[in-house]
Design a protein around this ligand. Structure first.
Ligand code: UD1
Length: 363
């Protein structure tokens, strides 16, 4: 029987989007909950705006860990979270996705003998150069309850020796949030605000492999500028990318329309009206799949292959961007609407809440 609160740990933009439906489904079941924000993302445009857009409650604690190298940030997370858990005495800690806050929270909870639930378990890119891949693998090893968003995750977890009775295939809470707010998306408003033509594309790039080293940033921006001759491209900039472009002397390149980071509703309004999205994000591969918008992911691998097999995504190298955009704009008709990935139906949060409640008070 659960005594202490269920504590959700969030830290970075995608966490907020995934936690919202789980928090609200547990609230509906009367579960006592607390929300801890690690402060990994702290700019108002990277954090506050999401809480407002998603109706997430104010966090009960904000640890203010901020940025730094992986070691600096993770160390601050470990210290801050240990302190927070000692105060809150959680019966269960729920962590989301694959950011540094996710792994740190799982590690601290496990050492304090607090059970961990991992939402979005079992995704694998098999690219160990991505910090997220390390975070995912280790978090899954530490969790007692693993919630998978797509069937291949069950196979990966089985291969890594995770007992099947810990794993629950529940669908995708990020898609719950999208479906819940879809009626609020207004592409015409965003297009007007950003002075875009009817046909435009959206760029989001922030992975270290694409923006940190000047030579990678130059290669990428050259490809985007060439593609912008066929379609207007707007790029809401993550602070990491702004810094990468500045270092490479690219912030004034003609052809690209750069904007500040956008809030959840503004960004997805923009995406929902786009002819193409060019990204290296994880979550946006999923959101474009559900919105039926063609997505080019500039990476060598994806931990979300279901967005290729049952969605609108494809992987491209920077030197393939121009040709791929052209094909989407000029050669391909509208994509036939398939059923999409299984269980991406807006009810993942409820399924997760049901499992958590029956797990914590077994019959
Ligand atoms: C993190 C996640 C990544 C996720 C992304 C979503 C890790 C390892 N990576 O990457 O998986 O896709 O969040 O956005 O956890 N910064 C600001 N203001 C902020 C936050 C960050 O200016 O509010 C700048 C800082 O210069 C910081 C840099 O962005 O050094 C990177 O932030 P960090 O949290 O380390 O990783 P992200 O690139 O955001």
């Amino acid at each position: 029987m659960v005594v202490g609160p269920v504590v959700h740990v969030v830290g970075a933009r995608p966490n907020f989007v995934k936690a919202a439906p789980v928090f609200s489904a547990l609230s509906a079941l009367g579960v006592v909950q607390r929300l801890v924000h690690t402060g990994q993302h702290y700019d108002p445009a990277m954090s506050d705006v999401f809480f407002a857009d998603l109706d997430l409650p104010e966090p009960d604690a904000n640890l203010g860990v901020g940025s730094g190298s992986h070691a600096t940030q993770t160390a601050a997370l470990l210290v801050g979270l240990e302190h927070a858990f000692e105060e809150l005495v959680p019966s269960l800690v729920v962590v989301y996705g694959d950011v540094n806050s996710t792994l740190a929270a799982a590690l601290v909870a496990a050492k304090l003998h607090v059970p961990v639930a991992h939402v979005e378990a079992g995704l694998r890119s098999f690219d160990a150069s991505m910090p997220e891949e390390i975070n995912r693998r280790l978090t899954d090893q530490l969790a007692q309850l693993l919630f998978a968003t797509s069937p291949e995750a069950l196979v990966h977890l089985g291969n890594e020796g995770i007992p099947a009775d810990r794993v629950h295939f529940v669908g995708n809470p990020m898609i719950d949030t999208l479906l819940r707010h879809r009626h609020r998306l207004d592409p015409a408003r965003e297009r007007a605000r950003l002075a875009l033509p009817d046909r435009y594309g959206v760029v989001t790039m922030h992975r270290p492999a694409n923006v940190d080293r000047p030579e990678d940033a130059v290669r990428l921006v050259d490809a985007l500028v060439a593609a912008s001759e066929d379609v207007a491209l707007v790029w809401p900039l993550h602070p990491r990318s702004r810094e990468g472009l500045r270092r490479a002397g690219l912030q004034e390149r003609e052809g690209l329309r750069l904007s500040d980071p956008l809030g959840y509703l503004d960004f997805l309004s923009l995406v929902s009206g786009a002819a193409v999205v060019i990204t290296d994000s994880g979550g946006i591969q999923e959101e474009t799949t559900v919105l039926g918008v063609p997505c080019l992911t500039v990476r060598e691998s994806t931990e979300r292959p279901i967005t290729i097999t049952a969605g609108t995504n494809r992987l491209v190298r920077p030197d393939e961007v121009v040709e791929s955009v052209r094909r989407i704009l000029f050669d391909e008709g509208p994509r036939p609407a398939g059923d999409g990935p299984p269980l991406w139906d807006g009810r993942a949060g409820e399924r997760i809440a049901d499992v958590l409640v029956s797990w914590s008070s077994p019959a």
